[in-house]
Design a protein around this ligand. Structure first.
Ligand SMILES: [Zn+2]
Length: 364
């Protein structure tokens, strides 16, 4: 395929369903339909869809047997039943409403469409603007705002329904560790998982740098935990570690677990990225994808809860995919986070991680 097309997977339901059930019971969540509405309004206002290289695509219609590729029947039935009785809270973060089951299933269909479309050359790159997010969801349970694991489910669909055996790299740039995705592929040498995430070094949390994968998958799970407050420059500095690894791994497809909660005004994350960071990120990894896998890169929305900044971050990525100049909003132009106070700590982490990974990667 020579003509560039960027598939944007969207559906009105993502902007209306799975609404946090306030006030009965009283529950406030940042994972809200307004996130999608804000993004879509912004993209329309900025005439992104007028570009004839951008195609709007609906999520793939899937049935429950597809969810069963990634989740236990018990988990699927639990979500379905709670939706049927009108909803409820599963834990402090996970809420279920009467339409959650349908929307979470549709989110999996959205990720599958985004990834399958790139693999089958329906479009060169894609971005799935879906919710609820997925990277914390486990085979047996929902977790951290996530119901089903959209990315893991899509990869298992490629493997089991399309007999796609090529190597896949996942880059997770959400502020939080994608513990759900990591557990699916921890033993799998055909899937590289790289996560850059904020980490509380004082807690015995998961997502530590010595979690390298197991058995044949060892060296293919790479966690880069960072202290809070990292800047754009820090972000690029950390991601440099990944380039030689991708060159050596030679994936046939790159999937980005695209969380924007490292954005400086995000209400959940504590980092200091601006929208340019996402533009530079997409530019860099599109070039790598063009070199190693014919440009096949698919962005799947995860977190990101600042509804003013989030639409700009999405635009920043789409503009990079279209190879057009991205203009950050005026309110970002007056701020500059020049702060190299984290660099020494990041350097230590990077060196430590590199040494741990050297036995598994010749190019490091
Ligand atoms: Zn997150």
């Amino acid at each position: 395929m020579s003509e560039k097309k960027v598939g944007i997977i969207l559906d009105d339901d993502f902007g209306s369903k799975h609404l946090p059930p306030y006030p009965k019971p009283s529950f406030i969540s940042f994972e809200h339909p307004i996130r999608i509405n804000a993004i879509l309004n912004h993209l329309e206002r900025n005439k992104i869809f007028k570009d004839n290289r951008v195609v709007k695509v609906k999520p793939k219609e899937i049935d429950e047997t597809i969810l069963e590729l990634a989740h236990s029947k018990y988990h699927i039935e639990t979500i379905k039943k709670i939706s049927l009785i009108g909803g409820g809270l599963l834990d402090e973060e996970v809420f279920v409403t009467d339409d959650t089951f349908d929307l979470a299933k549709k989110a999996v269909g959205g990720a599958i469409e985004a990834i399958e479309g790139v693999v089958k050359n329906h479009y060169t790159q894609s971005f799935a603007l879906i919710r609820p997010p997925g990277h914390h969801a486990y085979r047996e349970k929902s977790s951290g705002l996530c119901i089903f694991n959209n990315i893991a489910n899509s990869i298992l669909y490629l493997r089991k329904k399309l007999s796609y055996t090529e190597k896949i790299a996942i880059i997770d740039i959400d502020d939080h560790f994608g513990d759900g995705i990591a557990q699916y592929f921890y033993h799998d040498p055909s899937v590289l998982y790289f996560s850059l995430h904020e980490f509380d070094f004082t807690q015995g949390d998961i997502g530590m740098f010595d979690e390298l994968g197991q058995d044949e998958g060892i060296g293919k799970n790479i966690n880069f935990p960072v202290p809070e407050g990292i800047t754009n420059e820090d972000f690029y500095y950390c991601l440099d570690l990944l380039e030689p690894i991708l060159n050596e791994f030679q994936p046939a497809l790159i999937i980005v677990a695209t969380g924007f909660d490292m954005y400086y005004t995000d209400p959940i994350g504590n980092c200091s990225l601006t929208s340019i960071a996402y533009n530079q990120f997409a530019d860099k990894f599109l070039k790598i994808a063009e070199r190693v896998c014919e440009g096949r890169i698919s962005f799947i929305l995860e977190g990101g809860y600042d509804i003013i900044g989030l639409p700009y971050c999405v635009e920043a990525i789409i503009k990079a995919l279209l190879k057009e100049k991205y203009e950050p909003p005026d309110y970002e132009k007056n701020i500059s986070f020049v702060d190299d106070s984290k660099r020494e700590e990041l350097d230590k982490i990077k060196t430590f991680l590199k040494n741990l990974l050297k036995p598994y990667w010749d190019q490091l």
